[in-house]
Design a protein around this ligand. Structure first.
Ligand code: KG4
Ligand code: ZN
Length: 348
């Protein structure tokens, strides 16, 4: 039995978890800073790292208490070392090093994106809103990671073996949701509010055309965001302090924007799944919480489509503990020189 304490502080969530054998979550604690960043309309990096410093010790203590374990019951300490905000990652990496050194435990560095991938291996019960594999997954698997910082398609050939097929050439999908929500005065984070507003609008009211890209499986979202801005500007020039002019059809714009993003993600993902002969499609990252995205991919895919429950779609340490298990099994250990890598990529 392998029990790993994992720490995740790459963005605006301070999280710790204890995961057993890469599958069972013994405890998972997330202290979200979202409300504090909301007034800035996005994550404020300096504030994020300061809040991580305040939360890390209580979050780790609570995680150990909830797991009903002592330090000697642990086999390793895992931590996200990239990609993410440098100042935020530093807090987690230093906390993990301190615990590992103090308790004489091995240290494992985990790529945040790999965490989103391995969320699919965690056992979850009694959550009707997720679609988790009932049997052992067979490779190759097609992975779509869509979050506030990433939009990437990978072919996963085996455990820990990834081939990048495509990525965004500009904004990440979640970033586009956040920016359009700000433009439409809907608040932060943008994904959930746009999804809610879109339910009252007509997705065919506007046609935000698909971008032409060189890479077959690449994404681009900044053009759609600009098209929404142009439409708002066309209806009326923006008022003082960026206020939304009256008469803007917010629900129709939100619905058409969402439909356009979903259409792009869906078409590239399905094309890649067919071309590669993937046995299943795994969705991960905050944007995979989007109901329309899940339904659209599932409806058109010829292979099973899986997505984690909401609490595992957005940032959490349980997924880092799941990924760390496979690295631990492979004998990988990080040295004390482990440093943050804000631009870390996920490849072989
Ligand atoms: O994975 P995540 O929690 O953090 C990053 O690693 O970035 O993703 C956060 C992103 C935000 O941009 C948020 O707007 C988006 O996920 N998001 C959604 C939904 N819920 C969260 N986007 C679309 N639809 C949603 N329901
Ligand atoms: Zn994430």
């Amino acid at each position: 039995m392998t029990r790993i304490l994992a720490i995740e502080t790459s963005c605006d969530e301070t999280s710790a978890a204890v995961v057993q054998d890469g599958r069972q979550v013994l405890s998972n604690v997330v202290a979200s800073q979202m409300d504090l960043h909301a007034k800035y309309g996005g994550v404020f990096p300096e504030l994020a790292s300061r809040l991580h410093v305040e939360s890390i010790v209580p979050v780790v203590s609570e995680t150990m208490e909830k797991a009903h374990l002592d330090w000697q019951d642990l086999d390793a300490i895992a931590v996200t070392y990239g990609p993410g905000l440098a100042g935020s990652l530093l807090v987690g990496v230093n906390a993990a090093k301190g615990i590992a050194l103090g308790r004489g435990l091995p240290l494992i560095g985990v790529n945040h994106l790999e965490g989103h991938v391995y969320a699919a291996w965690l056992k979850v019960e009694g959550d009707a809103l997720c679609s988790v594999p009932k049997e052992e997954l067979k490779f190759p698997l097609l992975i779509l990671i869509v979050s506030g910082g990433h939009s990437e398609l990978f072919l996963m050939h085996d455990h820990l073996k990834y081939e990048r097929l495509g990525q965004t050439v500009d904004d990440a999908a979640g970033e586009a949701f956040d920016k359009v929500a700000r433009l439409l005065n809907l608040g932060y984070p943008g994904g959930p509010v746009i999804e809610k507003k879109a339910a009252q609008g007509n997705p065919a009211a506007y046609h935000f055309s698909r971008p032409k890209l060189d890479g077959e499986y690449d994404f681009s979202f900044s053009g759609i965001k600009t098209a929404v801005l142009r439409e708002v500007q066309r209806i009326a020039t923006l008022g003082p302090k960026g206020q939304l002019p009256p008469g803007v059809p917010v629900a129709d714009l939100a619905a058409s924007f969402q439909a356009s993003v979903v259409d792009q993600l869906c078409s590239r993902t399905l094309k890649a799944a067919e071309a590669t002969g993937a046995t299943a499609i795994l969705l991960g990252g905050g944007v995979s919480a989007n109901e329309m995205l899940r339904t659209a991919i599932k409806a058109r895919a010829h292979v099973p489509v899986y997505w984690p429950p909401l609490w595992l779609c957005t940032d959490n340490a349980a997924m880092i503990g799941a990924a760390a298990f496979w690295r631990f099994q492979a004998g990988q250990r990080a040295g004390w020189e482990l440093d943050v890598e804000p631009g870390l990529r996920l490849e072989d």
